[in-house]
Design a protein. Structure first.
Length: 291
């Protein structure tokens, strides 16, 4: 399979009444699968959430702005956490990446069962203005797209039609992932809202369409001509330097005690599943340099 670069495409349609966004997040989701060793249903749940978070990040005011999304449901997967920024760098994790479920009654991955149908979706957005915005809504189905639609309506007061999907093989290869977002703009008439609600129903198989024709093919179905394009990337903010600061915050005595028990201090990043290891020599040099 030829790997595609993940992108978000945006354009105004229906005489400027609707903002259309089409996302191809195939490579983004594949990176998450590899890093976290996700089961197929975990890949679908995290991939859908990362796609929706990428869309939210595309509205941030600057590259240093940040956004954090959590889905806290009662399903077998536990909490899903995804963060991103205005540069469209995304990372995320699930509490139980190996958890799996049988296919649902429609022969599809049971994302609703994995996420859970009772719980909350929370978005924390920081545009650098001093007071972060926090929005929360109740989960509707756990299928993610419907849950984000409910969030946009109740917390953002923006009716938004959403289709999300992840097509993944049993061996953990993402064949296609992405989404379609149709958001009537302020002042749009009932015709625009009706169009969005009806049109989104044509993309229940969005992951297969992304796999077969890419985001460009999906755009052609809307007659989109010259969309803006921005790249999406799985990139974490962790570093060995930040991990070293975490070791220093323990204090010398506690660090030495942990070294005595474990032989090494491991600082784990949940977002990218990276471990930073510090042996006795590393720890002594850290505290010596901090004196």
């Amino acid at each position: 399979m030829q790997e595609r670069v993940s992108n978000i495409y945006k354009e105004l349609i229906l005489d400027g009444q609707i903002s259309l966004a089409v996302l191809d997040t195939t490579s983004l989701v594949q990176e998450a699968i590899v890093r976290h060793k996700l089961s197929p249903v975990a890949a679908a749940a995290l991939g859908r959430t990362m796609t929706a978070t990428a869309y939210l990040c595309s509205w941030l005011k600057g590259e240093e702005s940040s956004l954090y999304v959590t889905l806290a449901g009662d399903g077998v997967g536990g909490k899903i956490s995804v963060s991103g920024d205005g540069a469209l760098h995304l990372r995320g994790n699930v509490q139980h990446p190996a958890a799996d479920l049988p296919l649902n009654g429609r022969g599809k991955l049971d994302v609703g069962g994995y996420v859970g149908r009772r719980g909350t979706l929370t978005v924390v957005r920081d545009d650098g203005e001093g007071i972060p915005f926090v929005g929360t809504s109740e989960l509707v189905s756990g299928e993610v797209a419907e849950d984000f639609s409910a969030y946009f309506l109740t917390s953002e007061q923006r009716p938004t039609a959403i289709a999300l999907g992840v097509l993944v093989t049993p061996d953990g290869t993402c064949l296609g992932a992405g989404g379609v977002f149709l958001q009537p703009l302020p002042g749009a008439g009932e015709e625009a809202i009706s169009f969005a609600e009806k049109k989104i129903g044509e993309f229940s198989d969005i992951s297969s369409r992304i796999a077969e024709e890419g985001a460009e093919g999906v755009l052609r179905r809307f007659g989109a001509g010259a969309p803006s394009v921005r790249g999406l990337e799985f990139r974490c903010r962790c570093s060995r330097e930040r991990a070293a600061n975490a070791v220093l915050s323990m204090g010398r005595e506690d660090a030495r005690a942990l070294l005595s028990e474990e032989g090494v201090i491991s600082v784990h990043c949940h977002d990218c599943n990276t471990d930073y290891l510090f042996d006795e020599k590393d720890v002594e040099e850290l505290f010596k340099s901090g004196e």
